[in-house]
Design a protein around this ligand. Structure first.
Ligand code: ZN
Length: 313
């Protein structure tokens, strides 16, 4: 396969960081022995990954005081961490605490809070230039471990169950034009708005249409959401998972009922990461469905949104 300039640079970055940076070398090496479980239901396969290194992320405190107490890890990087500059505005880095074989972080090159609206177009551009990857965005209260510093992440498209399975999900059409389709999952959790387009500006217009109609909680500055986007055969596909909770009730439960899962885009897209062995062994698919249900918008909220979008569009 012919690689473009950016792909070649990112390939070389992954190779050199996994070789020369001790932390990355060790964590990518242990990733190759992680255990996985698979849950098959009607139209998809959901994956459970036991990954002890991710305890930092799953149990991360993101309240104001905790955030202020630790330096931003995008602005203060270890000397060994190298990057590839993208379009002056962003930089592509190797994530030293990987979930995937090739796990990238893509921070903005200045310290600015996590917010997607001004950067969604850029997300599509990067997805276009890294066609093997799916880009993802965790909202400031939806799994981002650095909510104070704008960033995307990326992993190989094939590593996301959602990318493989979304075509067979039951969906309702919100709107279809010659170049763009806008859908929402029907009778399926988690609720997800999906749009595909050959045209970047049309994709951006659909994103804004949805974004502007999602509720913003008191004290927040953007609607709670996770976003996944990739490009495939000239078509951008975007999945938006509106959220209502940062963490499910099992995260806070005591004793046997406790499951340490803190959902972000990766979980919404069908790959659950558990840092604790006790959870890896006991979790059932029903537990995962409960988690999706608790952190997603409700069926009623979803239907109300669809009505609103159809009326105004
Ligand atoms: Zn920063």
């Amino acid at each position: 396969m012919l690689m473009n300039d950016l792909e070649r640079k990112v390939e070389a970055l992954l190779d050199s960081q996994k070789r020369d940076w001790k932390l990355a070398r060790e964590n990518y090496a242990s990733l190759s022995n992680v255990q996985t479980r698979y849950f098959r239901d009607n139209d998809r396969t959901t994956v459970l990954q036991f990954n002890p290194e991710r305890i930092r992320s799953s149990a991360a405190k993101i309240d104001k005081a905790s955030l202020q107490a630790r330096p931003c890890f995008f602005c203060h990087r270890p000397e060994e961490q190298k990057g590839v500059v993208y379009d002056d505005a962003f930089e592509i880095l190797v994530n030293p605490y990987p979930i995937f074989e090739d796990h990238l972080t893509v921070p903005l090159r200045r310290h600015e809070r996590q917010q997607i609206r001004p950067y969604f177009r850029k997300m599509l551009d990067i997805a276009s230039e890294l066609p093997g990857y799916a880009l993802f965005y965790n909202g400031p209260r939806c799994g981002a471990s650095a909510p104070a510093h704008m960033h995307f992440q990326a992993g190989r498209r094939s590593d996301f169950p959602f990318v493989r399975d979304w075509l067979s999900f039951p969906k309702q059409i919100i709107r279809e034009t010659e170049r763009t389709g806008f859908y929402v999952t029907a009778g399926h959790i988690p609720a997800c708005f999906i749009f595909e387009s050959r045209d970047r500006e049309e994709a951006k217009a659909v994103f804004d249409l949805l974004y502007d109609r999602l509720p913003v909680k008191p004290g927040d500055y953007e609607p709670m959401m996770n976003v996944l986007a990739w490009k495939e055969e000239g078509v951008w596909v975007t999945g938006v998972f509106p959220r209502r909770e940062l963490r499910p009730s099992c995260y806070y439960a005591e004793g046997e009922a406790n499951i340490l899962i803190s959902p972000a885009t990766v979980e919404m897209a069908g790959l659950f990461v558990v840092p604790l062995e006790k959870d890896f062994e006991k979790v059932t698919f029903a537990d995962l469905e409960t988690i999706w249900k608790e952190v997603s918008i409700t069926e009623e909220e979803k239907n109300a949104l669809v009505r609103k979008i159809k009326e105004e569009a």
